[in-house]
Design a protein around this ligand. Structure first.
Ligand code: GAR
Length: 224
């Protein structure tokens, strides 16, 4: 049942690394642009900066090392159980570099979002910026999408286009794209929290209208 109340939504964030997208959620919750709380951060890797970011603001942060599980299925079962213990409305994959089983995805279908640093369906997987440069693309970017069982393949909610500059390196492009990621991801989450977007039968509805494949088209400006 759709919940249109204005209560603060509960968000669990999954990370594997630096957590700059996590930080954008922490900041958006703090300044009220996102009507939610990050109630837990879970990392499959120990010692990453994202865990520190969570600890700095008193958010429970949990390490669930996939290496200590016999199989992907067992890891995903435990991950799902930990997530569920926080009763989240929304689960955010923020640089979480693990392939999830269909069982996990289906357990949380419609509540799972990911950000990927390319203009999906272009360049699922790794090395997206280098691939965009090598292909001579004039635009790169990032996509927020609902997660389905297909890797980096769920339907788009919003994309940010970022120009590829002459002589761009993959690192320089990645840094510029990240700035945009930090804007579109909390925004997509806020739409979710407001009950404006939902995954229905594999499509994304925004205010009950079917979104085009590239998701919402909004103009985002680079922060100066
Ligand atoms: C981000 O660029 C995110 O889009 C990417 O990992 C980076 C994590 O950065 N995610 C993927 O490639 C998922 N397929 P962060 O840890 O600083 O948020």
């Amino acid at each position: 049942m759709t919940d249109h109340s204005t209560r603060k939504r509960r968000i669990v964030v999954l990370i594997s690394g630096g957590g700059s997208n996590l930080q954008s959620f922490i900041d958006a919750c703090a300044d009220g642009t996102l009507n939610a709380d990050v109630v837990a951060v879970i990392s499959n890797k120990a010692g990453v900066k994202g865990l520190e970011r969570a600890a700095n603001v008193g958010i429970p942060n949990i390490i669930l090392d996939h290496n200590s599980f016999e199989s992907r299925a067992e890891f995903d079962q435990s991950l799902g159980d930990v997530i569920e213990s926080f009763s989240p409305d929304l689960i955010i994959l923020a640089g979480f570099m693990r392939i999830l089983t269909p069982q996990f995805v289906n357990r949380f279908i419609g509540q799972l979002m990911n950000i990927h640093p390319s203009l999906l369906p272009k360049y699922p997987g790794l090395h997206t910026h280098q691939r965009a440069i090598d292909a001579g693309d004039s635009e790169a970017g990032a996509t927020v999408h609902f997660v389905t069982a297909e890797l980096d393949g769920g339907p788009a909610i919003v994309q940010a286009q970022v120009p590829v500059l002459k002589n761009d390196s993959a690192d320089a492009l990645a840094t510029r794209v990240l700035e945009f990621e930090h804007q579109i991801y909390p925004l997509a989450a806020e739409w979710f929290c407001q009950g404006r977007i939902e995954l229905r039968d594999g499509d994304v509805l925004f205010d009950n209208q079917l979104l085009p494949v590239e998701g919402v088209n909004i103009e985002i400006h680079e922060k100066t």
